[in-house]
Design a protein around this ligand. Sequence first.
Ligand code: HEC
Ligand code: HEC
Length: 222
Amino acid sequence: MTKPIGILLLLFAWTTAAAYEYDPDIGEEINEECAGCHSEFGQGGKGGEYPRIAGQPVDYLIRQLHLFQNRERPNLPMVEHVDQRQLPEEDMFQIAQYLNRIELKTKLPPVDDKAPGFDAYARLLESKQIMQVPRAPGNFEKGRRLYRRECAICHGREGWGREKKGVPMLAGQYTSYLWRQVKKFRNRIRLHDEDEPDDELLDDFTDEELRDIFAYLSIVDD
Ligand code: HEC
Ligand code: HEC
C-alpha cells in the first residue's frame, strides 16, 4: 500500500469513529435527569426559571452544554449535571438530538372523551407536551417591526431559531427567561455574538423596545 492511501484510510477510520450514532433510548435515559428541572418533554417550568429546551437546534444545545461545563456560561444549578463524568461528549450529542426532536404543541386539539376508543392516558401524555407562552405586555405591532428589522436575520422570520446556524428560538420561550438573558448579555456574563464580544447586540435597545419585541414573540405561538 502506498503511503498516502494508508494515511487516507487512517483518517477515514478516525472521522467515522468520531461521529456518534443517535440512539433515542440513550437520549431518553439522559433526559430523566434533565427532566427534574426542565420537565419531562423539555418544556421548562416554574414560569421560566427553567427554560424550555425542547426543539432547540442541536448545535445550540451542544454549545451551551460545553459553555456550562467549561464554566464560560455560569449556571450553578446545572454544574453537577454537566461535568465530564456526568455528561461526556457522546452523551451531549445524544441528549441534544433527543431534545431537538421533541415537538411541543401550543394547543390541545379538541376530542370527544365519550367516543369509543378514547384513550385517557394518551390524552394526558399529549396534554403534557403543550407549551404556550403567556402574552407579555407591550406593543405587539411595534415589536413585530423591530423584530423583523433587527433580530429576524439570525433568529428566523418568526422567531423559531435557525437549525443550521445553531441560533436559538425566542418564540416559544418564557419571556422572563429571555429578560434574564438580556441582563446577562448586557453585563457580559454571556456573549451574544462570540465574534464581536465587545459589541453587544442589545446595547442599542431600550427596555421599552425589548418589551415590545418580547410582546410580539409571546404571541407568535398563539
Ligand atoms: C437542577 C436543575 C437543572 C437540571 C437538573 C438541568 N438544568 Fe439545564 N438549566 C437549569 C437552569 C436554572 C437554566 C437557566 C440558566 C440561566 O438562567 O442562564 C438551565 C439552562 C439550560 C440550557 C440553556 C437553554 C437556553 O435556551 O439557553 C440548556 C441547553 C440546558 N439547561 C440543558 C440541560 C440538560 C441537557 C440537562 C440534563 C443533562 C439539564 N439542563 C439539567 C437548570 C437545570
Ligand atoms: C448576528 C446574529 C444575531 C442577531 C442580529 C440577534 N441575535 Fe440573539 N442570539 C444570537 C445567537 C448566536 C445566540 C446564541 C448565543 C449563544 O450561543 O450563547 C442568541 C441568543 C439570544 C438570546 C438568548 C436565548 C436563549 O435561549 O438563551 C436572546 C434573548 C436573544 N438572542 C435576543 C435577541 C434579540 C431580541 C435580537 C434583536 C434585537 C437579537 N437577539 C439579535 C444571534 C443573534
